[in-house]
Design a protein around this ligand. Structure first.
Ligand code: CA
Length: 217
Protein backbone atom coordinates (compact mmCIF):
# COMPACT_ATOMS: atom_id res chain seq x y z
CA UNK A 1 0.00 0.00 0.00
CA UNK A 2 1.32 3.40 -0.94
CA UNK A 3 -0.03 6.71 0.29
CA UNK A 4 0.73 10.25 -0.72
CA UNK A 5 1.01 12.79 2.08
CA UNK A 6 0.87 16.47 1.14
CA UNK A 7 1.57 18.55 4.23
CA UNK A 8 3.81 21.60 4.69
CA UNK A 9 4.06 21.31 8.50
CA UNK A 10 7.17 19.16 8.74
CA UNK A 11 6.53 18.06 12.32
CA UNK A 12 3.06 16.77 11.46
CA UNK A 13 4.45 15.16 8.30
CA UNK A 14 7.17 13.41 10.28
CA UNK A 15 4.65 12.00 12.77
CA UNK A 16 2.31 10.79 10.04
CA UNK A 17 5.09 9.26 7.94
CA UNK A 18 6.30 7.34 11.00
CA UNK A 19 2.80 6.09 11.87
CA UNK A 20 2.07 4.92 8.33
CA UNK A 21 5.48 3.35 7.83
CA UNK A 22 5.16 1.51 11.14
CA UNK A 23 1.86 0.15 9.85
CA UNK A 24 3.56 -1.18 6.73
CA UNK A 25 2.64 1.58 4.27
CA UNK A 26 5.01 3.21 1.84
CA UNK A 27 4.66 6.99 2.13
CA UNK A 28 5.64 9.68 -0.35
CA UNK A 29 5.71 13.11 1.22
CA UNK A 30 5.30 16.42 -0.59
CA UNK A 31 5.53 19.68 1.34
CA UNK A 32 3.86 21.88 -1.27
CA UNK A 33 0.93 21.58 -3.65
CA UNK A 34 2.92 21.62 -6.86
CA UNK A 35 5.11 18.68 -5.81
CA UNK A 36 2.02 16.87 -4.56
CA UNK A 37 0.32 17.37 -7.90
CA UNK A 38 3.33 16.04 -9.79
CA UNK A 39 3.60 12.95 -7.60
CA UNK A 40 -0.14 12.32 -7.98
CA UNK A 41 0.27 12.57 -11.75
CA UNK A 42 3.21 10.24 -12.07
CA UNK A 43 2.65 7.57 -9.43
CA UNK A 44 -0.22 5.38 -8.34
CA UNK A 45 -1.44 5.66 -4.76
CA UNK A 46 -3.98 3.79 -2.70
CA UNK A 47 -4.92 7.02 -0.91
CA UNK A 48 -3.81 10.61 -0.32
CA UNK A 49 -3.74 12.71 2.84
CA UNK A 50 -4.02 16.34 1.87
CA UNK A 51 -3.52 19.41 4.03
CA UNK A 52 -5.73 22.18 2.72
CA UNK A 53 -3.49 25.04 3.89
CA UNK A 54 -0.48 24.67 1.60
CA UNK A 55 1.98 27.13 0.09
CA UNK A 56 1.79 27.48 -3.69
CA UNK A 57 -1.15 25.50 -5.05
CA UNK A 58 -3.77 25.38 -2.26
CA UNK A 59 -4.98 21.91 -1.23
CA UNK A 60 -8.51 22.64 -2.41
CA UNK A 61 -7.33 23.55 -5.93
CA UNK A 62 -5.17 20.47 -6.06
CA UNK A 63 -8.09 18.24 -5.06
CA UNK A 64 -10.44 19.87 -7.56
CA UNK A 65 -7.82 19.41 -10.31
CA UNK A 66 -7.43 15.72 -9.49
CA UNK A 67 -11.16 15.16 -9.62
CA UNK A 68 -11.52 17.05 -12.89
CA UNK A 69 -8.75 14.90 -14.33
CA UNK A 70 -10.70 11.79 -13.29
CA UNK A 71 -8.28 10.74 -10.56
CA UNK A 72 -10.50 8.93 -8.09
CA UNK A 73 -8.08 7.87 -5.38
CA UNK A 74 -9.53 8.22 -1.86
CA UNK A 75 -8.53 11.55 -0.29
CA UNK A 76 -8.56 12.48 3.39
CA UNK A 77 -8.22 16.23 3.94
CA UNK A 78 -6.64 17.86 6.99
CA UNK A 79 -8.18 21.15 8.02
CA UNK A 80 -7.45 23.83 10.59
CA UNK A 81 -9.41 23.79 13.84
CA UNK A 82 -12.74 25.57 13.68
CA UNK A 83 -12.59 26.08 9.93
CA UNK A 84 -15.93 24.47 9.18
CA UNK A 85 -16.24 26.30 5.86
CA UNK A 86 -12.94 24.68 4.83
CA UNK A 87 -14.32 21.23 5.67
CA UNK A 88 -17.42 21.87 3.60
CA UNK A 89 -15.34 23.19 0.71
CA UNK A 90 -13.08 20.14 0.95
CA UNK A 91 -15.99 17.71 0.79
CA UNK A 92 -17.53 19.66 -2.08
CA UNK A 93 -14.23 19.55 -3.98
CA UNK A 94 -14.26 15.74 -3.78
CA UNK A 95 -12.67 14.77 -0.46
CA UNK A 96 -13.80 11.41 0.92
CA UNK A 97 -13.25 12.29 4.58
CA UNK A 98 -11.64 14.97 6.72
CA UNK A 99 -9.87 15.41 10.04
CA UNK A 100 -9.46 18.63 11.99
CA UNK A 101 -6.12 19.60 13.50
CA UNK A 102 -4.90 18.72 16.04
CA UNK A 103 -5.40 15.00 15.48
CA UNK A 104 -3.83 11.77 16.60
CA UNK A 105 -1.80 9.89 14.00
CA UNK A 106 -3.57 6.56 14.76
CA UNK A 107 -6.88 8.18 13.86
CA UNK A 108 -5.51 9.35 10.51
CA UNK A 109 -4.23 5.82 9.91
CA UNK A 110 -7.57 4.24 10.83
CA UNK A 111 -9.52 6.61 8.58
CA UNK A 112 -7.21 6.12 5.62
CA UNK A 113 -7.47 2.36 6.04
CA UNK A 114 -11.26 2.63 6.07
CA UNK A 115 -11.18 4.74 2.90
CA UNK A 116 -8.95 2.21 1.15
CA UNK A 117 -11.23 -0.66 2.19
CA UNK A 118 -14.29 1.15 0.90
CA UNK A 119 -12.71 2.07 -2.40
CA UNK A 120 -11.42 -1.49 -2.90
CA UNK A 121 -14.94 -2.82 -2.33
CA UNK A 122 -16.29 -0.54 -5.04
CA UNK A 123 -13.63 -1.06 -7.64
CA UNK A 124 -13.91 -3.88 -10.12
CA UNK A 125 -10.56 -5.54 -10.31
CA UNK A 126 -9.21 -7.73 -13.05
CA UNK A 127 -8.12 -11.01 -11.49
CA UNK A 128 -5.31 -13.01 -13.04
CA UNK A 129 -4.13 -16.51 -12.31
CA UNK A 130 -1.71 -18.33 -14.61
CA UNK A 131 -3.28 -17.88 -18.05
CA UNK A 132 -6.79 -17.15 -16.71
CA UNK A 133 -7.99 -13.53 -16.70
CA UNK A 134 -11.27 -12.62 -15.02
CA UNK A 135 -12.64 -9.09 -15.36
CA UNK A 136 -15.05 -8.71 -12.45
CA UNK A 137 -16.63 -5.51 -13.77
CA UNK A 138 -17.18 -6.74 -17.32
CA UNK A 139 -18.06 -10.27 -16.22
CA UNK A 140 -15.72 -11.88 -18.73
CA UNK A 141 -13.17 -14.66 -18.49
CA UNK A 142 -10.36 -15.42 -20.88
CA UNK A 143 -8.04 -18.40 -21.01
CA UNK A 144 -4.76 -17.64 -22.71
CA UNK A 145 -6.41 -14.76 -24.57
CA UNK A 146 -9.44 -16.75 -25.78
CA UNK A 147 -12.75 -15.65 -24.28
CA UNK A 148 -14.61 -18.37 -22.36
CA UNK A 149 -18.34 -18.72 -22.12
CA UNK A 150 -19.16 -18.90 -18.40
CA UNK A 151 -22.51 -18.62 -16.67
CA UNK A 152 -22.92 -15.97 -13.97
CA UNK A 153 -22.67 -18.58 -11.22
CA UNK A 154 -19.61 -20.26 -12.69
CA UNK A 155 -18.02 -16.84 -12.89
CA UNK A 156 -18.75 -16.06 -9.24
CA UNK A 157 -17.27 -19.34 -8.08
CA UNK A 158 -14.16 -18.88 -10.21
CA UNK A 159 -13.76 -15.29 -8.96
CA UNK A 160 -13.85 -16.53 -5.37
CA UNK A 161 -11.14 -19.08 -6.08
CA UNK A 162 -9.06 -16.54 -8.00
CA UNK A 163 -9.13 -14.06 -5.14
CA UNK A 164 -7.31 -16.61 -3.01
CA UNK A 165 -5.09 -18.63 -5.32
CA UNK A 166 -3.22 -21.45 -3.60
CA UNK A 167 -5.64 -21.38 -0.65
CA UNK A 168 -8.39 -23.85 0.08
CA UNK A 169 -11.86 -22.39 -0.35
CA UNK A 170 -14.60 -24.40 1.36
CA UNK A 171 -17.82 -25.53 -0.29
CA UNK A 172 -19.74 -23.31 2.11
CA UNK A 173 -17.75 -20.28 1.08
CA UNK A 174 -18.41 -21.02 -2.57
CA UNK A 175 -22.09 -21.58 -1.86
CA UNK A 176 -22.15 -18.12 -0.24
CA UNK A 177 -21.28 -16.72 -3.65
CA UNK A 178 -24.22 -18.17 -5.49
CA UNK A 179 -27.04 -18.65 -3.00
CA UNK A 180 -28.85 -15.75 -1.38
CA UNK A 181 -28.65 -15.71 2.41
CA UNK A 182 -31.00 -18.26 3.95
CA UNK A 183 -31.73 -20.18 0.75
CA UNK A 184 -31.48 -23.96 1.00
CA UNK A 185 -28.16 -25.26 -0.26
CA UNK A 186 -27.24 -28.44 -1.98
CA UNK A 187 -23.57 -29.32 -1.68
CA UNK A 188 -23.76 -31.38 -4.88
CA UNK A 189 -24.42 -28.18 -6.78
CA UNK A 190 -20.97 -26.82 -6.05
CA UNK A 191 -19.46 -30.06 -7.33
CA UNK A 192 -21.44 -29.66 -10.52
CA UNK A 193 -20.18 -26.11 -11.00
CA UNK A 194 -16.60 -27.16 -10.31
CA UNK A 195 -16.91 -29.96 -12.85
CA UNK A 196 -18.20 -27.51 -15.45
CA UNK A 197 -15.38 -25.07 -14.71
CA UNK A 198 -12.83 -27.86 -15.11
CA UNK A 199 -14.29 -28.68 -18.50
CA UNK A 200 -13.78 -25.09 -19.58
CA UNK A 201 -10.48 -24.32 -17.86
CA UNK A 202 -8.76 -27.68 -18.03
CA UNK A 203 -8.99 -30.74 -15.78
CA UNK A 204 -6.14 -29.71 -13.51
CA UNK A 205 -7.12 -26.05 -13.05
CA UNK A 206 -9.02 -26.67 -9.82
CA UNK A 207 -7.92 -29.20 -7.25
CA UNK A 208 -10.28 -30.92 -4.82
CA UNK A 209 -8.94 -31.07 -1.27
CA UNK A 210 -10.99 -33.89 0.19
CA UNK A 211 -13.20 -32.85 3.07
CA UNK A 212 -12.00 -29.24 2.96
CA UNK A 213 -12.83 -27.65 -0.35
CA UNK A 214 -11.15 -26.57 -3.54
CA UNK A 215 -8.16 -24.60 -4.64
CA UNK A 216 -6.55 -23.24 -7.74
CA UNK A 217 -3.11 -24.45 -8.56
CA1 CA B 1 -0.49 23.76 6.35
Amino acid sequence: MRVLLIEDDLEIARRLCAAFEDAGFAVDHASDGETGWELGETRTYDAAILDLGLPGVPGLDLLARWRRAGRNLPVLVLTARGAWTERVAGLNAGADDYLTKPFHAPEVLARVRALIRRSAAHSSPVLRYRDITLDVGAGTVALGGATLDLTARELKILARLMRRPGHIVSQDELADQIYPQGEARDSNTIEVFIARLRKKLGRDAIRTVRGLGYKLE
